[in-house]
Ligand binder design. Structure first.
Ligand SMILES: Cc1cc2nc3c(=O)[nH]c(=O)nc-3n(C[C@H](O)[C@H](O)[C@H](O)COP(=O)(O)O)c2cc1C
Ligand SMILES: Nc1ccn([C@@H]2O[C@H](COP(=O)(O)OP(=O)(O)O)[C@@H](O)[C@H]2O)c(=O)n1
Length: 143
């Protein structure tokens, strides 16, 4: 019998920034979201989500990239859904991909919603259409 070995790797996903429908700031300002981001991620999120449209060649990598999440934001009441989060680094800044359950997602799967302590647009002078890369940990299992 062969032993399985887990290898931790980092993966880079790139895409372009695009605006959403302006709902991200509402959800990231909710008390339970702010509190749990502080507890589980170590920061209160900037009010909003940075939407990144993943480039064509990285779309096939997404499932593997998002397979392992690091924490889950769990609402106190059932009017909201839980949202798993995956820690990533963007421009050297800690950030997280938020993955609200599929039935409330309004964007295609290739649009990643990012939270971080500061506004990327304000901190780095970024605009819609600019390219951006996300670095995150993944695990591969070798038999
Ligand atoms: C932490 C978090 C939790 C969310 N929970 C819900 C939810 O319970 N129900 C819902 O309809 N949308 C929820 N969403 C929001 C949707 O995914 C929303 O459509 C999205 O944030 C829109 O972002 P945009 O304004 O950048 O386009 C949540 C978003 C975040 C960031
Ligand atoms: N960490 C973040 C979160 C949002 N943002 C931006 O802040 C603005 C407000 O976010 P939002 O989620 O309410 O708005 P939309 O993404 O729906 O346009 C948008 O222009 C986002 O792209 C950012 O630059 N950095």
């Amino acid at each position: 019998m062969h032993k399985k070995t887990k290898i931790n790797e980092t993966m880079t996903i790139s895409g372009r920034i695009q605006s959403g429908v302006g709902k991200g700031s509402f959800f990231t300002s909710l008390d339970w979201v702010v509190q749990q981001c502080e507890d589980k991620l170590g920061y209160a999120p900037f009010p909003g989500t940075l939407n990144i449209r993943v480039r064509d060649e990285d779309v096939p990598k997404l499932q593997h990239f998002l397979a392992k999440t690091d924490a889950e934001l769990v609402p106190e009441d059932r009017s909201f859904c839980a949202a798993p989060v995956k820690k990533v680094m963007i421009k050297g800044v800690p950030a997280a991909v938020v993955l609200p359950t599929e039935d409330v997602r309004i964007h295609e799967d290739r649009i990643l919603e990012i939270i971080s302590p500061h506004s990327f647009k304000q901190s780095f002078g970024l605009h819609d259409g600019d390219q951006i890369s996300i670095i995150g940990k993944t695990t591969i299992i070798k038999k």
